[in-house]
Design a protein around this ligand. Sequence first.
Ligand code: CP
Length: 320
Amino acid sequence: MTRVRTPTPVAAWTRRDLLALRGLEPAEIRAILRRAKELDLMGPRGDELRGRTVATLFFEDSTRTRLSFTLAARRLGAEVIDLGAGASSVNKGESIVDTARVIHSMGVDAVVVRAKPAGAAALVAESLPCSVVNAGDGRHEHPTQGLLDAYALARATGRDADFDLSGLTVLIVGDVVSSRVARSNIAGLRALGARVVCVGPPALAPVSLSALGCEVSHDFDALLPQADAVMMLRVQFERHEGGAVGSSREFRSACALTRDRAARLKPAAWIMHPGPINKGLELDADLADSPRSLVLQQVRAGVPVRMACLELCLHAASSA
Ligand code: CP
């Protein structure tokens, strides 16, 4: 049986679209996280988006994001249509924006977009009179991943009453330069008060990242005892040309989370990874599957966080 759950007033959220965490106010981020927590605690099914249609347009591979957006929309009572890269007329030369317009014309209320070019979701949002949620655009941002990471960390550390992460140190480690997850996490975690340090060799964690509001370090070992959470990143071989990553041995020596390094973390420090993981490269397999790992809690958090994002954006669109 479905039921309607009265949303908490969310005056803090007035945006039709969610394209990035950079530029959002802390109150806006907290409005999403608080609503996600309500939806999480209230149970799996409701009627908030009954009669609405959500389209998921994934022009790049995905497991977690795509399926959890689909589940999130269905759990709010929405109808979902789903377009994958391998099955779309983009392969015949149609642009991403034109594809989105075609799908919107079928009677769609919200579009979730993942695409290779940075800025693709913003271009779609400029072209459509409906809500657009960015599910990852090139190296730019992956805002719902940043939100679900903050949600999982706040719950694990008992900070989910007010989603205030001040006093926590989070290391974002590895192939930071390629990572849209890192960019969204820097914005989200800093807005919630955490200290964020990006860590890796200079080619993967250049000092220019500090312009995003984080610290940058090339010395993972020195920072291990300070961390409350270590967020490891997948090495994105597909986004590198030349030898930025180096050999697996060089990479692991500089910035993999190995058993030896994990032994130097605080006992209560959490291990995070957005997935998919190259087990044995950036993160040792037994650590990824250990009780210190938040990896599956991060995945689990994706559903209520994406429910909240869809609900709030669609609510704002219909209130405008
Ligand atoms: N973390 C993440 O975006 O995973 P998927 O590529 O599987 O969606």
